[in-house]
Every structure is written in structure tokens, then in C-alpha cells.
Design a protein around this ligand. Structure first.
Ligand code: HMG
Ligand code: MG
Length: 336
């Protein structure tokens, strides 16, 4: 699709009421691959740190711009991320300054302190962290042991300290379509909480369909409400693929002007505190669809497909990416 045609379509589909921004006309979609964090956090067997580091290495080599490296959360809550303080200095020492971003989750002041200490050990600056809240009380309590309001108090501390340390803060807002405990989410609440994160000083809010119940229609309804007051270039979409709607939901968001998409190779992932949620939308499937529409991601899809296959084999999971599997089959046949 030409840039002009895309512009015309975007305008005619989404009218002037929405806060479109210059990003809406951009041909580049930034992929935030969250496999080393969201992709692995729910794995019961401990994934060796060397495997996590190789995953980050491979994703970097594929051309992924942003790779979420790990979480500084309580190891009692998420044991899989318990190696963050040893792993993250190695990540920063190797990649810091390469023009990419390797953010980590920091839900509270203690998490930020851990990330800053890791950066100090690496002798490199901490550039970016992410905080995560929810648009439903049930999930907020299960995920962070705090009500929505209480969690925002903890985030305020993180953002203030991060500002002093020159660290960029991204925010996640989970359960933007539905919550496993509270049911359907009100789009107006999503808009208000997104605004709250931005007013606090976060540079971007990733809207999470944590349990993957969204469809293009409910994503459209939610984004229409949010985009009445918030420009597309402050937003990202984070789709889980429980009902097989992940790619369709991502494309709906991209059609509405969003240019940042979270995903996981091999369709890995899930949150330990979101009952019934399965993996994230697969990065390979998203990149295949985006490239097919004429968008650029800077990602080598062949290498990405082998990366998804590789990590799935390392953790004994079937590869959840249809595009990834098809590309590998084609490439292997061509070698014969
Ligand atoms: P809490 O138990 O209420 O915290 O947990 P606390 O302040 O009472 O502290 C309890 C213990 O945890 C203490 O240790 C603290 O030191 C320790 P103890 O004295 O018992 O030995 N602690 C920490 N340790 C390491 N790092 C920290 C930290 N904070 C406290 N940062 C807390 C509150 C938020 C920490 C906890 O609930 C937690 O870690 N939750 C983890 C939640 C999580 O990681 N969820 C998955 C990621 S979110 C997600 O997947 C959704 C997303 O993908 C988007 C989407 O899909 O929608 C982002
Ligand atoms: Mg998630």
C-alpha cells in the first residue's frame, strides 16, 4: 500500500474527531518484542539465563528495535524473572548505546532501585523502564496486590525517581477490553487511566488486551474513546492471542494510527495472574502481516522465524507462530 493510499484510508476511516498524529502517516511500525519477559515469565521450569541472553542476542540480530529484557519484580511472585539482577547488567554491558532499547518492568521503587543497581554494575546508563497497571480492580489486586489507585501511588514514586535519574518510563495498562475477574472494561475508564499515566510523565502507554478477548470491533470501540483525547503516537497495542484475534486486533490498531506493537516470537507468553490467558500475538505473524501491507519494521522475517522456532524448542513448547512455521518449511525445502 502506498503512503498516500494509507493516508487517505486512515483519514476516511477514522475521521477528524480522533487525535491522529504524524505517526499515523508513518510507514514504520516499531515492534516491541516482549518474549524475554512476557514470553518466559509464566514458564514453570526455570529457563537458564544463558538461553534468555541468547534470545535477546538473536532478537537484536533480527533487527528488533525494542526488546523487553526482564522484570525487577518480587521473585516470590514471579520466580522465572528471579535472575534479573545478574542477567540485566550483561544485557546493558553488551547492547547499551546500540540505538535499540532494552527496557525492564519495575512496578515499584524497589524494582527501579534494582534496575538502577544493575545498570551501575554494568557501568552503563539505565535508559528505560516500564510500569504496569490495570483498568480493573480484580486484575490489579491479583497482579500487584494493590487496588488501581494504590498501584498508581507506587508508580508515581517510580516515575519521579526515574525522572531524576534520566530514565524514560513506559506504562502498560492491562485488561483494556476485559478482565478475568471483573468482566468487560469500560473504554472511558481506559481513556482516563491512560491520561493519568501520561500526565504522570510516561512517554507511551501500551494498551493490553491481557486475556486476548478483544475483537477488531471492541478494539475499535476502546481506541476510539482513548483517541478522542490522546494522540496515536502516545499509544502502543499489546495483544494476547487467546481467541486467535491477535493479528486482526493489531491491524485494527495500526489502521487507527498506532505505530508501536508488542508481541512475542513463537506466540509465547502469558501472565501468571490472568486466568485463562494464553500467549501474546506472535511477532512473526504480526511482521508478516505488516510487511504484506507495505509497512516497514526493520526486521529480517526469515531470521525471526528461526528465532521463534529456536526458543520454542529450548523450552519444549510447540511453535505458536503460523507464519514462522510456514517460512521455515519453505526455507528448508529450498535448501534440498
Ligand atoms: P507485595 O507482596 O505487595 O510487596 O508485592 P511488598 O512491598 O509487601 O513486599 C513483599 C516482598 O516482596 C518483600 O520481600 C519485598 O522486599 C519484595 P520480603 O520482605 O517478603 O522478603 N519486593 C520485591 N522484590 C524484588 N523486586 C521488587 C519487589 N517489590 C517487593 N520490585 C509487587 C507487590 C508488585 C512487588 C508484587 O505483587 C509483584 O512482584 N508482582 C509481580 C507482578 C508481575 O510481574 N506480573 C506479570 C507482569 S504484568 C503482565 O504480564 C501484563 C503485561 O504483559 C500487559 C498485559 O498483558 O496486559 C505487562
Ligand atoms: Mg502481556
Amino acid at each position: 500500500m502506498s503512503a498516500n493510499l494509507r493516508k487517505v484510508l486512515t483519514r476516511s476511516l477514522y475521521g477528524s474527531r480522533r487525535c491522529l498524529s504524524s505517526s499515523a502517516a508513518s510507514n514504520f511500525v516499531r515492534i516491541v518484542d516482549v518474549s524475554p519477559r512476557d514470553g518466559l515469565q509464566n514458564e514453570k521450569a526455570q529457563v537458564p539465563s544463558e538461553v534468555k541472553l541468547e534470545l535477546i542476542d538473536r532478537l537484536t540480530d533480527c533487527g528488533v528495535q525494542t526488546i523487553e529484557a526482564t522484570s525487577f519484580v518480587s521473585p516470590k511472585w514471579v520466580p522465572q524473572m528471579g535472575d534479573a539482577k545478574d542477567l540485566y547488567p550483561q544485557v546493558l554491558a553488551k547492547y547499551s548505546g546500540n540505538g535499540r532499547s532494552y527496557p525492564v518492568l519495575t512496578p515499584n521503587a524497589k524494582g527501579l532501585e534494582g534496575a538502577l543497581a544493575a545498570a551501575e554494575r554494568a557501568g552503563r546508563p539505565l535508559e528505560e523502564v516500564a510500569i504496569f497497571g490495570a483498568a480493573s480492580e480484580g486484575f490489579s489486586k491479583k497482579n500487584t496486590n494493590r487496588s488501581v489507585d494504590e498501584s498508581f501511588k507506587a508508580f508515581q514514586e517510580v516515575v519521579e525517581q526515574a525522572k531524576k535519574s534520566n530514565v524514560r518510563v513506559r506504562a502498560y495498562l492491562s485488561t483494556v477490553i476485559g478482565c478475568p475477574y471483573d468482566g468487560a472494561t469500560d473504554p472511558q475508564l481506559v481513556a482516563r487511566l491512560t491520561q493519568r499515566f501520561l500526565e504522570m510523565g510516561c512517554y507511551e502507554v501500551s494498551l493490553g488486551d491481557t486475556i486476548g478477548v478483544g475483537t477488531p470491533s471492541t478494539i475499535e470501540r476502546m481506541l476510539s474513546e482513548v483517541m478522542k483525547s490522546i494522540p496515536a503516537d502516545k499509544l502502543a497495542i499489546h495483544a494476547h492471542d487467546t481467541y486467535g484475534q491477535g493479528v486482526a486486533n493489531v491491524l485494527q490498531a495500526v489502521n487507527m494510527g498506532i505505530r508501536v506493537v508488542d508481541s512475542c516470537v513463537g506466540g509465547l507468553g502469558g501472565c501468571p495472574f490472568a486466568n485463562g490467558a494464553t500467549g501474546n500475538v506472535s511477532t512473526e505473524d504480526v511482521v508478516y502481516a505488516l510487511h504484506g501491507l507495505g509497512y516497514q519494521t526493520g526486521i529480517d522475517l526469515n531470521k525471526l522465524s528461526y528465532t521463534g522456532e529456536w526458543i520454542c524448542s529450548k523450552i519444549n513448547k510447540p511453535n505458536g507462530s503460523k507464519a514462522g512455521k510456514a517460512i521455515i518449511t519453505k526455507l528448508e525445502k529450498a535448501k534440498l
